[in-house]
Design a protein around this ligand. Structure first.
Ligand code: ATP
Ligand code: MG
Length: 716
């Protein structure tokens, strides 16, 4: 091009440069993982400012997470200096919407100082409404209503917009009624929830032409990263804002759409060219992130999906190790093995900061945390709490603490009304006063106060029942194992029932965490030993500047990269998740496979996949079948290893019948090599076979080797 040399553009390849320099008109960058989409978007932002096409305040740039926004701000800062300070519109959809809403709150009946309520407040509010309407909140849990309302808001639907089917989705046709009540109540409280941030803005832009004009004038350029995961309401407001100037540049990868469960619609990226006719479509095909082996493995895996555009990817990176698949006996061995690998890499000079363990579900982190504590390996959990810090785990621990240590007032306060027993703040206040007057801990005060008339009869009876529960569990603690004890407590206290009644994905995750807690306790003979272990774990906060291994979910790892990636628990029922398997449809399994693709493509140098032959669930050994996704990886790019007899040959058998379209990619020296792809324009229209044939065979043999007795194991 005849543009003067620009350090900002120097490192970019021709299509990336084109994306940066095509500032006017709609641009779609639709490309595979690690091809430098985010890098190009960042350079584009810097270029717009540097070449004075727009002031920093005239660019709307949307990232998927706050962390991504911070990183982009930092990188742009390197390129354009302090001008980056004046970029108020770089952030997530929610943060940008909140900023807009402050300015126009009155248009939706709020004051400028409105509050944004969190999930807890939301649930409390919904519960009040449900009860006030005389509905049974056990039968129609607030959480169910909350998730309906979230879904409607994600789709840009106001109460008046619900169709009959949506209206039916709560309390036999009361959906709309409650949605309306809730919105009115929020307004009265001068509050809104997260979903409202986007919905209110959409409503304002739709009904107040003058406001829409302000923003259409202001935003000379609009850019969106991870466009494949935008939901309907986000899509609608982008389209409104961009429709006049049409200077909108979106980047994404249909193969990395992993948030449909939160209302994201991959269709948004696929129909961009229709929404913005004449859009320039830029394909990036060179992957800069991963070795040829990792790229080939990921490409082979995602090629199994039928619902994709298909794309060509190549790399100039030097050949590296094959993707390693390690079969181990059980969960503890998996954690041990990952710990060993990490220590080995560390000895070879690798930094812990460059390593990550990616899990499918939060509960999986526990085994690694426990192991890393035991061997003194620093780790951090991103996008979630460390296992023993999660609310439900802390609740369970509080019950245990009260049993071993009746004077633990903090534990008592935490759980005396969790699950809800109708013991309110008033009762607690009386208890406190009594405890202070008598100089005893709360749990003793509770025993004494039930013999007085300080509390109303109902509270007294409830408290008496609780005091008796404590006594009974304390007795049980003398004979039962710690794991039996916690299971009994969670059942008898109503804690499990409380979560089950919620019928939400989040509650299911909490229940998983609690069974994981019980599983952890199986390794301890006494409750004291276990609680001591926990306090050590809790105390293990390494200095902030210390190097640490990252543990996070695959969802949270989107857009990130690490030299060494460990993918754990690749077993049917864990990954793909049991939920996705139960739903069984093509859509949910293909989304799980895209998640697997995101997971593998986070790796720069080395990718290690682990699966265990056994998981212990409720004290029972359950044999696990290796994930179908392992079988989706072309065998030529896998180095299989197992501590189980027969394991290695299992994979060979599974793979032998499979052609490998990606063989040439890893065969190579650094020379440019192409991977085959179904072709850019042609959306793949192959038949979908939900359970690949090659798996059924493997599944059977896997099940048989997994079920063998322990003597069959040759470790090492
Ligand atoms: P994902 O789909 O995972 O979000 P992406 O397409 O956004 O990936 P980036 O994260 O932008 O990819 O880039 C991947 C890696 O490649 C980064 O380490 C980035 O610095 C590097 N990279 C990007 N473009 C180039 C280039 N032209 N030359 C060298 N390295 C590059
Ligand atoms: Mg990216």
């Amino acid at each position: 091009s005849d543009i003067a040399p620009d350090p900002l553009l120097d490192g970019l390849n021709p299509p990336q440069r084109e994306a940066v320099l095509t500032t006017e008109g709609p641009v779609l960058m639709l490309a595979g993982a690690g091809t430098g989409k985010t890098a190009a978007l960042t350079a584009r932002l810097a270029h717009l400012v540097r070449s004075r096409l727009a002031w920093p305040s005239e660019i709307l740039c949307v990232t998927f997470t706050n962390k991504a926004a911070r990183e982009m701000r930092e990188r742009v800062g390197h390129l354009i200096g302090p001008a980056v300070e004046g970029m108020p519109w770089l952030g997530t959809f929610h943060s940008i919407a909140a900023k807009m809403l402050r300015r126009h709150a009155e248009l939706v009946g709020l004051q400028q100082n409105y509050t944004i309520i969190d999930t807890d407040d939301q649930l409390r509010l919904l519960k009040q409404l449900i009860q006030a309407e005389g509905l049974d909140d056990k039968r129609w849990p607030p959480r169910q209503l909350a998730s309906c309302i979230d879904r409607w808001k994600n789709r840009g639907l106001n109460p008046g917009d619900l169709d009959a089917a949506e209206n039916e989705s709560y309390a036999n046709g009361k959906g709309q009624h409650f949605y309306r009540l809730y919105q009115d109540r929020l307004k009265a409280l001068n509050a809104c929830d997260f979903g409202d941030l986007l919905l209110h803005i959409l409503n304002i832009l739709r009904t107040h032409r003058e406001v829409l004009e302000i923003y259409r004038q202001r935003f000379k350029y609009i850019m969106v990263d991870e466009y494949q995961d935008t939901n309907q309401v986000q899509y609608l407001w982008l389209r409104l804002l961009a429709q006049e100037r049409k200077n909108i540049c979106v980047v994404g990868d249909d193969d990395q759409s992993i948030y449909s469960w939160r209302g994201a619609e991959v269709a948004n990226i696929l129909k961009f060219e229709k929404d913005f006719p004449g859009a320039k479509v830029i394909k990036l095909e060179q992957n800069y992130r991963s070795t040829p082996e990792i790229l080939a493995a990921a490409s082979g895996l995602i090629d199994t999906n039928s619902q994709r555009l298909g794309k060509t990817l190549w790399t100039e990176r030097h050949a590296g190790d094959k993707v390693k698949v390690i079969g181990v006996w059980d969960g503890p061995e998996e954690a041990r093995r990952v710990g060993e690998e990490i220590e080995r890499l560390e000895r070879e000079g690798a930094s812990l900061n460059t390593m990550a363990i990616l899990v499918r579900a939060q509960f999986q982190t526990r085994e690694f945390e426990d192991r890393f504590i035991a061997i003194g390996l620093n780790y951090k959990i991103i996008g979630g709490f460390r296992f023993y810090e999660r609310a439900e785990v802390r609740d369970a621990l509080a019950y245990l603490r009260i049993i071993t240590q009746p004077a633990d007032d903090l534990a008592f306060e935490r759980i005396y009304n969790t699950p809800k027993r109708g013991l309110g703040d008033k009762a607690l206040e009386k208890l406190h006063r009594h405890a202070r007057a008598r100089g005893v801990p709360l749990s003793f005060a509770a025993i004494e106060i039930v013999d007085t008339d300080e509390l109303p009869a109902r509270a007294r009876n409830t408290l008496l029942a609780l005091v008796r529960d404590f006594a009974r569990w304390r007795d049980l603690a003398k004979t039962a194992t710690p794991a039996e004890l916690i299971r009994t407590i969670l059942e008898e206290s109503g804690y499990t029932a409380m979560l089950q009644a919620e019928r939400s994905a989040e509650a299911a995750g909490r229940l998983e965490n609690l069974s994981e807690l019980a599983r952890a306790m199986e390794e301890y003979d006494t409750l004291g030993d276990f609680l001591e272990h926990v306090s050590l774990v809790m105390d293990n906060d390494a200095a902030d500047d210390a190097e640490k291994v990252t543990i996070m979910t695959i969802h949270a790892a989107k857009g990130l990269e690490f030299d060494q990636v460990f993918l754990v628990g690749w077993e049917e029922g864990v990954f793909p998740s049991q939920r996705a398997m139960d739903e069984g449809g093509l859509a949910s399994l293909e989304e799980e496979r895209r998640l697997a693709y995101v997971a593998i493509t986070r790796a720069r140098r080395r990718c290690t996949i682990l699966h265990a032959a056994n998981r212990r669930i409720y004290g029972q050994w359950t044999s696990s079948i290796p994930s179908r996704f392992i079988g989706d990886i072309p065998p030529a790019h896998v180095d299989a290893e197992t501590t189980l007899t027969g394991g290695a040959s299992l994979w060979k058998a599974q793979w032998s019948e499979r052609e490998d379209p990606f063989a040439h990619l890893a065969r190579s020296e650094p020379a440019r090599t192409m991977t085959r792809g179904p072709g850019w324009q042609r959306a793949a229209a192959r038949d979908f076979d939900p359970v690949p044939k090659r798996l059924t065979e493997a599944t059977r043999s896997a099940a048989s080797f997994a079920a063998k007795p322990r003597s069959d194991v040759s470790v090492g």
